[in-house]
Design a protein around this ligand. Structure first.
Ligand code: ZN
Length: 345
C-alpha cells in the first residue's frame, strides 16, 4: 500500500482548508484502517473552515478535518475480531474513554472525555482513516456510500426525534437545516400525525417538503398560530424538536406547545440567551438537551429504519469529487444547501 494519501488539512490557525499529501495513518492493535469513499460536510466543518472563535479554541493545527464518512476496511489491528477486510463501514466519530462513571454504566455517549475525529483527533477527510474497531459500524447493502456518509448527522436527527414518543403526536420542528429536515422524515416514519417544520429560508423549506411529508412554514411570512388553527390542533403541538439555536424559534416553540409538552434541543445558540422560564414552568414543559448519537442504540435504530424504508436521500443536494472541495464548501456557505457529499474514490 502507498504510504501517503490526500487529505483536507487545517494547516494553520486561519480560514479555509488545504488538500495536501499526508502520511497514511498507522493503526494500533485495536484499530482498523478504512479506505474512505464518501464524506459529508458538516456545519462543524464550516466553523472549522471559517476558523471562528469556537474553532480557534478547540481545534489543534495541523489537523485532518471531517467526521462524516463511509468507506471500506483495508487493514485490521491484530486484536480485532468480528470485522473483515473489504467490509463496507461507517462509524461513530466520538472516541470515548472507558473510565468515567457514565462510560462504565454503558452510557458511552455521555462520557465527558469524548474526543471527536476531525475536531480533536485526525479526521475522515482523507483517503484513509484510522478508527478504533469499537467505533466501526458495518453497513448493510440497503445503505449505500452516499447515505453511509451522512449517518452521523442522520444519527443526530434520529437521537433527537426519538427522545420522546412521537406515535400519533403533532410535532413542531424549528430549523430546516439538513438535520431538522431528516428529523422531520424520521418523525413521519415513526408515526407522528402532523409534522410542521419552520424556518425563514425558502430554499430550505422547499427542500424539507421534497424530502419528507411535512408542512413547511416560513415564520417570516406566516404566524405559527394560523398554522395551528389550519391544522386543527386544538391545544398546540405535543413535541418540539429545536434545531436552529435561534432564541425566537425557541420562544415560538414554547408558545405553540400543549401543556405538559416536551422539547428536545439540538440547536446550539451562539451564546447565552434570555429564556422565559416562568412560561416553561407554568406550561409544565420537559426539556432535554441532545448531544451526538446514543452509542450504539441510535446507530441500530437508524440503520433498521433505513432498511425499513426511511428515505432521506434527497437531503443530499450536492456531490463533488474531493478535488472540487472548494465548490462543496461554497455550497455549504451559501446557507441554502442540503447535505454536501465529497467523493474520495
Ligand atoms: Zn457532523
Amino acid at each position: 500500500m502507498r504510504n501517503t494519501m490526500q487529505a483536507l488539512v487545517k494547516t494553520a490557525p486561519a480560514p479555509e482548508l488545504e488538500l495536501r499529501y499526508e502520511p497514511v495513518p498507522e493503526i494500533g492493535p485495536d484499530d482498523v484502517l478504512i479506505r474512505i469513499k464518501k464524506t459529508g460536510i458538516c456545519g462543524t466543518d464550516i466553523h472549522i473552515w471559517n476558523w471562528d472563535d469556537w474553532a480557534a479554541k478547540t481545534v489543534p493545527t495541523p489537523l485532518i478535518t471531517g467526521h462524516e464518512f463511509a468507506g471500506e476496511i483495508v487493514e485490521l489491528g491484530r486484536n480485532v475480531e468480528a470485522l473483515s477486510i473489504g467490509q463496507r463501514v461507517s462509524g461513530e466519530g466520538h472516541l470515548i474513554g472507558k473510565t468515567s462513571r457514565q462510560s462504565r454504566a454503558g452510557k458511552f455517549h455521555l462520557d465527558p472525555e469524548t474526543r471527536g475525529i476531525g475536531v480533536n483527533e485526525q479526521g475522515a477527510f482523507a483517503e484513509y482513516l484510522r478508527l478504533p474497531a469499537f467505533n466501526v459500524v458495518p453497513l448493510p447493502d440497503a445503505v449505500d456510500d452516499d447515505i453511509g456518509a451522512i449517518l452521523d448527522p442522520l444519527g443526530n436527527a434520529v437521537h433527537t426525534a426519538l427522545s420522546f414518543d412521537l406515535v400519533g403526536e403533532d410535532v413542531l420542528i424549528t430549523g430546516a437545516g439538513p438535520i431538522g429536515i431528516m428529523a422531520a422524515a424520521v418523525a413521519r416514519h415513526v408515526g407522528a400525525r402532523n409534522v410542521v417544520i419552520t424556518d425563514i429560508n425558502p430554499d430550505r423549506l422547499s427542500l424539507a417538503a421534497k424530502v419528507a411529508d411535512v408542512v413547511p412554514v416560513n415564520v417570516a411570512e406566516e404566524d405559527l398560530n394560523d398554522v395551528t388553527f389550519r391544522l386543527k390542533l386544538k391545544e398546540g403541538f405535543d413535541v418540539g424538536l429545536e434545531m436552529s439555536g435561534n432564541q425566537r424559534a425557541l420562544d415560538q416553540m414554547v408558545e405553540a406547545l400543549v401543556m405538559g409538552g416536551q422539547i428536545a434541543l439540538l440547536g446550539i445558540p451562539p451564546g447565552k440567551s434570555p429564556v422565559d422560564w416562568s412560561r416553561i414552568v407554568f406550561k409544565a414543559i420537559t426539556i432535554k438537551g441532545v448531544y451526538g448519537r446514543e452509542i450504539f442504540e441510535t446507530w441500530y435504530k437508524m440503520i433498521a429504519m433505513l432498511e425499513n424504508g426511511l428515505n432521506v436521500r434527497d437531503v443530499i443536494t450536492h456531490r463533488f469529487p474531493v478535488s472540487e472541495f472548494r465548490a462543496g464548501f461554497d455550497a455549504m456557505l451559501s446557507g441554502s444547501s442540503g447535505k454536501v457529499v465529497l467523493d474520495w474514490t
